[in-house]
Design a protein around this ligand. Structure first.
Ligand code: KIV
Length: 265
């Protein structure tokens, strides 16, 4: 199986080929998802909610993230592994370097951090030191208490302009990817077209370069509220491997997400 690298994702953007991303937290799911052709495994701090049962990602620690990154690395069959820097592990550039180094040594090939322009110096320093970075914009779950809940972001003109400017600032600082969560589909399209680096969406419509879902959501293993951007692939008697394959194929063919999975401005 060929290895997905940051270059592969840049080529996808250039050639207008969509790529697929799911979260993974352990070796078994990493093996199944990457063998099914999924391009990127995100060791998301969503593990605080889906594995640990917490009500946000805030309690997740760097130690938790390193443990799960190492497990995913053991099962991975060629996908690119991206791991979240958890809450308060990158509040200064120096702290970010130490935290990112720990994740990279545990098996990450890229780190993801939440926030806009205030992270320019941090992204620059990480990038200059050989650490690929994904900038997470839009609904940033580590900010849930500041945002007052899990709400669609960028709906008014000022917020949309700020997000576009943050995306350009992140690209200029050296970010390799952008992840957009829960933003209007029209804004996600405009933002994707305005940067040269690949953009991954979740609840961001069908025009981003890649799509991500939390694996427990797309396998129908969510006992609580199902967000409108989720599609359950564990249907028609599929095995887990077949569900991952169906998701991968639909994303790459442009069949997922459909209009009904997106948000209006
Ligand atoms: O932690 C996570 O799983 C994420 C996704 C929701 C994109 O950041």
């Amino acid at each position: 199986m060929s290895k997905t690298t940051i270059n592969t994702l840049h080529q996808c953007k250039q050639n207008q080929h969509k790529f697929s991303v799911v979260t993974a937290y352990d070796a078994t799911f990493a093996h199944l998802a990457s063998s099914a052709g999924i391009d990127v495994l995100l060791v998301g701090d969503s593990l605080g909610m889906v594995l640990q049962g917490k009500d946000s990602t805030v309690p997740v620690t760097l130690e938790h993230m390193c443990y799960h990154t190492d497990a995913v690395k053991q099962g991975n069959q060629g996908a690119l592994i991206m791991s979240d820097l958890p809450f308060m592990s990158y509040s200064t550039p120096e702290q970010a370097i130490d935290s990112a180094a720990a994740l990279m040594q545990a098996g990450a090939e890229m780190v993801k951090l939440e926030g806009g322009a205030w992270l320019v110096e941090t992204v620059k320093m990480l990038s200059e030191r050989g650490i690929p970075v994904c900038s997470h914009l839009g609904l940033t779950p580590q900010y849930v208490h500041k945002l007052g809940g899990y709400k669609v972001q960028g709906r008014d003109d000022a917020a949309a302009k700020q997000m576009l400017s943050d995306a350009r600032a992140m690209e200029q600082a050296g970010a390799d990817l952008i992840l957009l969560e829960c933003v209007p589909s029209t804004l996600a399209k405009q933002l994707t077209e305005s940067v040269n680096i690949p953009v991954i969406g979740i609840g961001a419509g069908s025009d981003t370069d890649g799509q991500v879902l939390v694996c427990y959501d797309m396998l129908g293993m969510n006992p609580g509220h199902i967000p409108k951007f989720v599609k359950n692939y564990m249907v028609e008697g599929r095995t887990i491997a077949q569900a991952f394959e169906a998701y991968d194929q639909e994303v790459k063919a442009g069949g997922f997400p459909a209009a009904e999975h997106g948000f209006k401005a």
